[in-house]
Design a protein around this ligand. Structure first.
Ligand SMILES: [Zn+2]
Ligand SMILES: [Zn+2]
Ligand SMILES: [Zn+2]
Length: 178
């Protein structure tokens, strides 16, 4: 059985945390690579196999998300589709995201109380986010050592962990310096 572990939120003043972590092994990158075609194909296949017809709205959302390097809210997805003249009703964007989330094709990230979504790579490869509670800036980071620690925690608890949610909150270097 797969279980999701909801992790505690780590609250910190980022200035110090990220800097000290960056000296070690943490890869801080505000622009991760888009997962692109590979994920889009995986998502289309999964949708098809679960009996979801390739609706226009779902296809537009899949295509847009596959070109993103990080998460977007339903409203942002709606706005971007409209800007590229592929108008999809906001309600349809929400429905498409619901289906994608149910099939675990997207990761849901809570950004200041707003649900944001990004492609969930079939390989399990993923990144985490640091969010500035003052200016709203978001950075993405990866940390193999952190992943190993979390796997160790799951093993100790006897969980076959299917995933984890982790968001770092605090003040970004710019805000912490004020
Ligand atoms: Zn992201
Ligand atoms: Zn900030
Ligand atoms: Zn992780």
């Amino acid at each position: 059985m797969l279980l999701r572990i909801i992790l505690v939120r780590i609250r910190a003043a980022f200035g110090a945390t990220i800097r000290s972590m960056a000296e070690g092994h943490v890869h801080v990158d505000s622009r991760p690579e888009p997962v692109a075609a590979e994920w889009a194909e995986h998502a289309r296949g999964r949708l098809r196999r679960s009996g979801h017809r390739a609706s226009g709205a779902r296809e537009e959302v899949v295509a847009l998300l596959s070109a993103q390097d990080c998460c977007l809210s339903a409203q942002e997805i709606h706005d971007r589709l409209r800007a590229s003249e592929r108008g999809v009703a906001l309600a349809s964007v929400y429905r498409a995201l619901d289906v994608l989330a149910q099939l675990r094709l997207v990761h849901r990230v809570d950004v200041g109380g707003v649900a944001c979504y990004e492609p969930a790579s079939p390989s399990g490869e993923h990144h985490h986010h640091a969010i500035c509670d003052r200016c709203g800036k978001m950075d993405a980071f990866e940390d193999p050592e952190l992943e190993r620690l979390l796997d160790g925690v799951a093993t100790r608890l006897g969980y076959d962990a299917g995933g984890h949610d982790l968001v770092l909150h605090g003040a970004c270097p710019d805000c912490a310096g004020d």
